[in-house]
Design a protein around this ligand. Structure first.
Ligand code: E4P
Length: 216
């Protein structure tokens, strides 16, 4: 399973890029708004593209296909890495179909059921983003949807890549990998939690202390 970083924050992206563990970035309007008005969306996406060589999801904010397409064609010019993120609504499907015919990559977002994922894939989406945490929030089993999507994908040889999104804790990451997601997009904080283990820190401290006792 590949790991993407779910953020529009440049500092976080720079720090994690140096670790060599992420292969793409996802953003959404909420994450971009968190960065404030200081920098334009276009500039931020271009800055990210300079750090990360992989796919960068940039989301449209129009709710009609014509507006989505207008935004998508403009954003696709910012960088060849841009993937157009489009909400799973009927107008979004129309836009995905046209963009896919034009060879522009899309990430269909706000997916909460296997049917939605299947229909997004049929319209031509390159990626389908299923929101695990938001389903868990309303007492639905978010990971069950990932498992089900993967089962349908394997049975029918569907190519769209499954993104486990809305990851809320490190266990989600393990579960997404076990469920067969191709990608998990993870907030910085969760990624940092996932790479730590108290026994690693205790073990290192002891190794260094023992080495020091030998050499002092
Ligand atoms: C990424 O593609 C999604 O927009 C993001 O993971 C949503 O996460 P949230 O449910 O924590 O806002």
């Amino acid at each position: 399973m590949e790991i993407y970083l779910d953020t529009a924050n440049l500092k976080e992206i720079q720090e994690v890029a140096a670790l060599g563990i992420i292969s793409g970035i996802t953003t959404n309007p909420t994450l971009v708004a968190k960065e404030g008005k200081g920098v334009s969306f276009e500039t931020r996406i271009k800055e990210i593209a300079e750090i990360i060589p992989g796919p960068i999801s940039a989301e449209v904010v129009s709710t009609e296909a014509t507006g989505m397409l207008r935004e998508a064609y403009a954003m696709a010019k910012w960088s060849s890495q841009v993937v157009i993120k489009i909400p799973m609504i009927p107008e979004g499907l129309k836009a995905v179909k046209i963009l896919s015919q034009d060879g522009i990559k899309t990430n269909m977002t706000l997916i909460f059921s296997t049917n939605q994922a299947l229909l997004a894939a049929r319209a031509g989406a390159t990626y389908v983003s299923s929101f695990i945490g938001r389903m868990d929030d309303i007492s639905q089993d978010g990971m069950r949807v990932i498992r089900e999507i993967r089962e349908v994908w394997d049975r029918h040889s569907i190519q769209a890549r499954i993104i486990a999104a809305s990851i809320r804790h490190p266990i989600h990451l393990v579960e997404a990998a076990r469920a067969g997601a191709h990608i998990a997009t993870v907030p910085y904080k969760i990624l940092m939690q996932a790479l730590k283990h108290p026994l690693t820190d205790i073990g290192l401290e002891r190794f260094l202390a023992d080495w020091k006792s030998l050499t002092s």
